[in-house]
Write a protein that binds this ligand. Structure first.
Ligand code: NAG
Ligand code: NAG
Ligand code: NAG
Ligand code: NAG
Ligand code: NAG
Ligand code: NAG
Ligand code: NAG
Ligand code: NAG
Length: 869
C-alpha cells in the first residue's frame, strides 16, 4: 500500500478512528502529516498554552490531565473500567470515539474449533510421552554439560489459542462543528472518572465517562452550561478496522441499541446493549435503511444533558471448562443477563447523579483502605504529558512517582474485578489479535499484575483464583496425566488463554517460552499469600488449600533424583529459566519456587483441616531432600542453573534465579539450617545469609538495567528496582524505578513494551506500586510460622521521598501497618493485629537502620505504636 492509497483510505474511512489505527503502522513523517490533517479536519483550535489544570481537577494532583485530545491509542487514550468492561478515550470534542472492551471477548478456543483441546496431546500418546520424558532426562543426565538442545517432541502446536479482542467503538457525535477552545481532558484518580471539556465560544461542554462495578456497566455523560440545549447528539457503533466482522446493530426499543455478533464465524457470541437517556429531551432509535448487516443509531435532541449506559457480555462460561461440560467453555446467550442488568440499572438509579455517586462510593471503598503520601508537591501548572517529557531518571519527581503509584492501583481496581483476572493489558486492548494474545503469560507478567494487591489492601484477587481453579485445574490435570504420566494434581505452562491452554506451546525456539511447568507453583505462592495476609480460613479451606495441595501433589511426583551430580538431591528435569535456555536440570528458579510451595503446604496444612498425613510427610521429606536452588558460582554469582554456566554479561530480561529475592523469600529470608545442607564436590558448603545476598547482588548487577538484547520492557526494570529495594540499596532502587519511568512510560502513563513503542503491557504499571512499597516496608515470608517475621521499616528510602506516610498497609499474619517518616527517618509506626488470627499468632521483629526497634507476639487485637527510633 503506498502513501496515496493510505491517504485515500483514510479519507474514506470513518474519521478519527481510521487515522489512529492506520497511523501507528506508518512511517513517522507520514504519521506526522496525518496527525496534522486530522487536527485540521476536527476544526478544533487547541490552546496548548493553557498551563493550569482544569478547576475540577483534584487539588491534591491525583490524576492525569492534558490540553489536547489523544491520537495514539497506547500512548494517549485514557482508560476506564470495572473489570467486566473496559474503555479507552481519546477525549474528542464534537466527535468522541470510545474504544470498548468486554473481558471475555476472545477469538479462538472451542468456539472457533470444536476439536480444540488446550494445546495437548491425545490420551493415546501418554505412554509415548512418558518414554520421551524418560529419554530426555537420560540425555540430560548423561550429557557432559547437563543439557539438551531441544525437547520439541513433547511439545504441541498451539491450535486455536486465540486472542483477547477489542469490542469495537462507541461513536458520539454532536451536530456542532466548532471552532472550539478552552479544551482540557483529565482522569480523576480519586473518583475514577474521565472528563473532557471544551467551549464553542458561547457554551461550555462537559463529557464524563466511567465504568461502574456495581452497575456492571459503563456510562458516558454530556452536558452544556448556561441552561443551553445540546446540539443534536448521535450515538452509533462501529467495528471499524478492528477485524471483527460487522455486527447486527438494531433498535431494542426507542432508546436502546442492541449490538450482536460472533467474534469470528464460527466463534464466540457477544452482545452490547446501549441505552441513551436525556431528561427533558427526546431520544429516538432509527435503523439505517438498506444496511446489511443492519445498522442503527440513537439520536438525542432538545436536551441540556444526556448519557448513554452500556453493558456487554459474551457466551463464554469459565465454569464450563471441565470434563462434565466437555471443555466447551460455553454458557448461555448473554442477552437475558444483559437485559436484566439494564432494567435493574434503570430501577435503581434513574438519575445520572445517582449512577455517578454509586460508582464513586464503590471505587473509593476499594482503594481507600490504603493510602500513600511521598511528600510530593502537586504540579497543577503542567499537563501530565509535559511532566513526563521533562522527567529524568535518578533526578526523579516525587509528584509523578506518586501519581504513578495511585494509577497502578487504579488500573488494577479497574481491570481485576470482573469474572476474569487482569490480563497482559489489564482489560484494555484495541486490536482483534493483540500482542501475545493479551493473554495470561504466567512466568512473570500475570504475577506482577498482582504484586501490590495484598500489601496495598485491595480486595481484587477473587477473579484470579476463580480463573485458576476453573480454567487451569481441570485441563491441567489432563496435561499432568498425558504429558507427565502424573495422576496427581494439575500443571500449566508459560502461556495461558481463557480456554484452558495447559499444554507446552510449540513455536520457534520454543522450550524457552513453553517449558515452564512451574507457572502453577508460582501462582500458588499468590494463593498462599492471600491466606497468609488475611487468615481467611473459610476461603483457605474451600478454594486456597485444594489448589495448593493439587499443585504440590504434582510437583511431588515430578521431582526426580539427580543422576548428573549424583548427589542424592531431587531436581526438576528438563527445565529452563523462563524464556531462557539452556534446557537442563535443577534450574534455580524452579527449585526455589517448589521449596517455597512445599513450605506453604506445611504452613497451611492445619488451618485447612486436612488429615492426609501421608501427603504431608511426603512433602516434608522431599523438601529436605530436594535441591534448594542456591549455589554460588565461579564469578561469585548466584547460579541460574545447577551446572555453573552463567554468562557474566547475560542481561536477560527475567531475573528468574532471583525469584527468592523478590517477590519470593528463598533468598530474602535464607536460613542456613533449612537451606544450607549442600555438598559440592565433597565439600560442605554452609553459606551464610550474607554470602547468599552478596551473590544475589552480583547477579543483579550483571543483569543490567533492563535494557539489552530483546530486553527493554518496563516490567523488567520494575522487577530490578524491587529486587534492589530488597537488598536495601536505595540508590539502585531509585535509579531503576526512575529509569523505567523515563524510558517506558507513555504520555497516558501506560507502560510500553519498548521505549516509544505502541505496544502496551500493563505489568509494569501494576508492578510499580509493589516496587515502591518494597522500598518503604518489607516483611518477606519465612519457611514456617515458628520463625519470627522480620519487618523492616524504610529499607530503601530514596532521599527524594524524605518525608511521607502510608496508612492501612497489610503484612503477613493479618497485620495492618501505619507508618510515617520525616527527614528520612521513621517518626511513628503502628501495628494493628486483626482480632481473629485463627490460631496463627507469630513473633514479629521490627527493624530499622540495621537495628531491632521492637518485637512482639501478634496476639489478636493487639496494637503497638512506636515513636522513637
Ligand atoms: C467433546 O469435545 C471434543 C473436542 O474437544 C469433540 O471432539 C467431541 O465431539 C465433544 N463431545 C461431545 C459429546 O460434545
Ligand atoms: C507411568 O506411570 C505409571 C504409574 O506411576 C508407571 O507404572 C509407568 O511405568 C509410567 N510409564 C512410564 C513409561 O514411565
Ligand atoms: C454538568 O455536569 C457536571 C458534572 O456532573 C455538573 O457538575 C454540572 O453542574 C453540570 N452542568 C449543568 C449546567 O448542569
Ligand atoms: C453504522 O453507522 C455508523 C454511524 O453512521 C457508522 O459510523 C458505521 O460505520 C456504520 N456501520 C457499518 C457497518 O456501516
Ligand atoms: C443478525 O441478523 C441476521 C438477519 O436478521 C440473523 O439471521 C442473525 O442471526 C443475526 N445475528 C446475531 C448474532 O444475532
Ligand atoms: C567439581 O569438580 C569437577 C571435577 O573436578 C570440576 O570440574 C568442577 O568445576 C567442580 N565444581 C565445583 C562447583 O567446584
Ligand atoms: C550451618 O550454619 C548455621 C549457622 O550459620 C548453623 O546453624 C548450622 O548448624 C550449620 N550447619 C552445619 C551442618 O554445620
Ligand atoms: C548499591 O549497589 C551498587 C551497585 O552494586 C553498589 O555500588 C553500592 O555500594 C550499593 N549500595 C549499598 C548501600 O549497598
Amino acid at each position: 500500500m503506498d502513501f496515496f492509497q493510505v491517504l485515500a483510505n483514510c479519507v474514506r474511512s470513518s474519521f478519527l478512528l481510521g487515522f489512529t489505527t492506520l497511523r501507528r503502522t506508518l512511517p513517522y513523517p507520514v504519521q506526522v502529516f496525518l496527525k496534522h490533517l486530522l487536527i485540521v479536519l476536527s476544526v478544533v483550535t487547541y490552546d496548548s498554552s493553557s498551563r493550569f489544570a482544569p478547576p475540577a481537577f483534584p487539588s491534591s494532583g491525583n490524576g492525569l490531565w492534558y490540553t489536547t485530545p489523544g491520537t495514539i491509542w497506547a500512548q494517549d487514550f485514557l482508560p476506564i473500567g470495572n473489570g467486566y468492561l473496559g474503555a479507552m478515550l481519546p477525549g474528542g470534542t464534537s466527535h468522541e470515539v470510545t474504544q470498548l472492551n468486554i473481558e471475555s471477548l476472545w477469538s479462538g478456543g472451542p468456539f472457533q474449533d470444536s476439536s480444540y483441546n488446550g494445546g495437548n496431546h491425545f490420551p493415546s500418546q501418554q505412554t509415548q510421552m512418558a518414554e520421551h520424558m524418560q529419554n530426555i532426562r537420560e540425555t540430560i543426565f548423561s550429557s557432559s554439560t547437563g543439557t539438551i538442545d531441544n525437547i520439541d517432541r513433547i511439545m504441541t502446536p498451539s491450535g486455536a489459542y486465540g486472542s483477547y479482542a477489542s469490542a469495537g467503538y462507541l461513536l458520539a457525535t454532536l451536530d456542532s462543528t466548532g471552532p472550539f477552545s478552552e479544551y482540557a481532558r483529565w482522569l480523576d484518580l480519586n473518583e475514577a472518572v474521565s472528563h473532557t471539556t471544551w467551549s464553542d465560544g458561547s457554551s461550555t461542554f462537559l463529557r464524563e465517562s466511567f465504568c461502574s462495578h456495581p452497575l456492571q456497566g459503563c456510562v458516558q455523560y454530556l452536558n452544556i452550561t448556561d441552561s443551553g440545549v445540546l446540539p443534536a447528539l448521535t450515538y452509533a457503533y462501529t467495528v471499524a478496522e478492528t477485524g471483527l466482522p460487522a455486527p447486527n446493530v438494531t433498535c431494542l426499543d426507542d432508546a436502546t441499541l442492541i449490538i450482536r455478533n460472533y467474534v469470528s464465524i464460527p466463534g464466540m457470541l457477544y452482545e452490547i446493549l446501549a441505552q441513551a437517556q436525556a431528561p427533558g429531551g427526546f431520544v429516538s432509535c432509527s435503523e439505517v435503511p438498506g444496511s446489511n448487516p443492519p445498522n442503527a443509531t440513537l439520536t438525542v435532541t432538545g436536551a441540556s444533558e444526556a448519557w448513554i449506559s452500556w453493558f456487554g457480555g459474551t457466551n463464554y462460561d469459565m465454569t464450563a471448562g471441565n470434563t462434565a461440560a466437555n471443555y466447551s467453555f460455553q454458557g448461555p446467550d448473554p442477552h437475558n443477563s444483559l437485559a436484566a442488568l439494564l432494567s435493574s440499572a434503570n430501577m435503581r438509579a434513574p438519575s445520572y447523579a445517582e449512577l455517578l455517586d454509586e460508582h464513586i462510593k464503590d471505587y473509593t471503598s476499594i482503594v481507600t483502605p490504603f493510602s500513600l503520601d511521598l511528600g510530593q508537591t502537586p504540579d497543577l501548572n503542567t499537563p501530565t504529558n509535559q511532566i513526563l517529557a521533562e522527567y529524568q531518571a535518578s533526578v526523579g519527581n516525587p509528584y509523578l512517582e506518586w501519581v504513578l503509584f495511585n494509577y497502578g492501583r487504579y488500573l488494577l481496581a479497574s481491570s481485576a474485578r470482573g469474572i476474569l483476572p487482569a490480563n497482559l493489558q489489564g482489560k484494555w486492548a484495541e486490536g482483534y489479535s493483540n500482542p501475545w494474545g493479551a493473554d495470561y503469560h504466567s512466568n512473570i507478567n500475570i504475577q506482577m499484575n498482582y504484586w501490590s494487591a495484598e500489601m496495598s489492601n485491595m480486595d481484587v484477587t477473587k477473579s484470579l483464583f476463580d480463573y485458576i481453579q476453573n480454567t487451569w485445574g481441570p485441563r491441567g490435570a489432563y496435561t499432568a496425566q498425558v504429558l507427565y504420566n502424573i495422576s496427581e494434581g494439575f500443571v500449566t505452562h508459560g502461556e495461558m488463554n481463557i480456554f484452558g491452554h495447559t499444554g507446552m506451546k510449540l513455536g520457534g525456539n520454543s522450550a524457552q517460552w513453553a517449558n515452564y511447568p512451574e507457572s502453577n507453583a508460582w501462582m500458588m505462592i499468590h494463593v498462599w499469600d492471600h491466606f497468609d495476609y488475611t487468615n481467611d480460613v473459610d476461603w483457605w479451606k474451600t478454594q486456597g488449600w485444594p489448589l495448593v495441595k493439587s499443585v504440590a501433589s504434582f510437583h511431588l511426583e515430578k521431582l526426580v533424583e539427580d543422576l548428573y551430580f549424583n548427589d542424592l538431591t531431587l531436581v526438576t528435569v528438563p527445565c529452563n529459566s523462563p524464556e531462557q535456555v539452556p534446557i537442563t536440570l535443577g534450574c534455580s528458579h524452579a527449585q526455589q519456587l517448589i521449596w517455597q510451595l512445599f513450605n506453604a503446604i506445611e504452613q497451611g496444612y492445619e488451618a485447612a483441616g486436612d488429615t492426609d498425613t501421608a501427603f504431608l510427610d511426603a512433602v516434608v521429606s522431599k523438601r529436605v531432600q530436594m535441591d534448594k536452588g542456591l549455589r554460588i558460582g565461579s564469578w561469585g554469582q548466584l547460579q541460574e542453573w545447577k551446572v555453573d554456566m552463567d554468562v557474566i554479561h547475560d542481561t536477560h530480561r527475567h531475573l528468574s534465579h532471583l525469584i527468592g529475592l523478590y517477590p519470593g523469600y528463598a533468598i530474602a529470608s535464607y536460613s542456613p539450617s533449612l537451606q544450607g545442607d549442600l555438598i559440592i564436590n565433597g565439600t560442605f558448603m554452609n553459606y551464610t545469609k550474607e554470602d547468599i545476598l552478596n551473590a544475589a547482588a552480583i547477579s543483579l548487577t550483571y543483569r543490567g538495567m533492563g535494557t539489552g538484547d530483546d530486553a527493554d520492557a518496563g516490567w523488567e526494570k520494575i522487577w530490578r528496582a524491587a529486587a534492589w529495594a530488597q537488598l536495601a540499596n536505595e540508590t539502585e532502587f531509585y535509579k531503576g524505578l526512575t529509569y523505567a519511568i523515563e524510558r517506558n512510560f507513555a504520555p497516558n502513563l501506560f507502560s510500553l513494551y519498548t521505549a516509544g513503542s505502541t505496544i502496551f503491557q500493563i505489568d509494569a504499571n501494576l508492578g510499580y506500586p509493589a516496587a515502591v512499597l518494597n522500598a518503604l516496608l518489607q516483611a518477606p515470608d519465612v519457611a514456617n510460622i515458628g520463625i519470627p517475621l522480620q519487618v523492616t521499616l524504610l529499607p530503601a528510602l530514596p532521599p527524594a521521598w524524605s518525608s511521607g506516610e502510608m496508612r492501612g498497609a497489610r503484612i503477613r499474619g493479618g497485620i495492618t501497618v501505619d507508618l510515617a517518616w520525616n527527614a528520612g527517618k521513621p517518626t511513628t509506626v503502628t501495628f494493628i493485629i486483626d482480632r481473629d488470627l485463627a490460631g496463627r499468632e507469630r513473633d514479629v521483629v521490627v527493624n530499622y537502620g540495621g537495628k531491632v526497634v521492637t518485637q512482639f507476639r501478634s496476639n489478636g487485637g493487639y496494637i503497638q505504636t512506636i515513636s522513637s527510633f
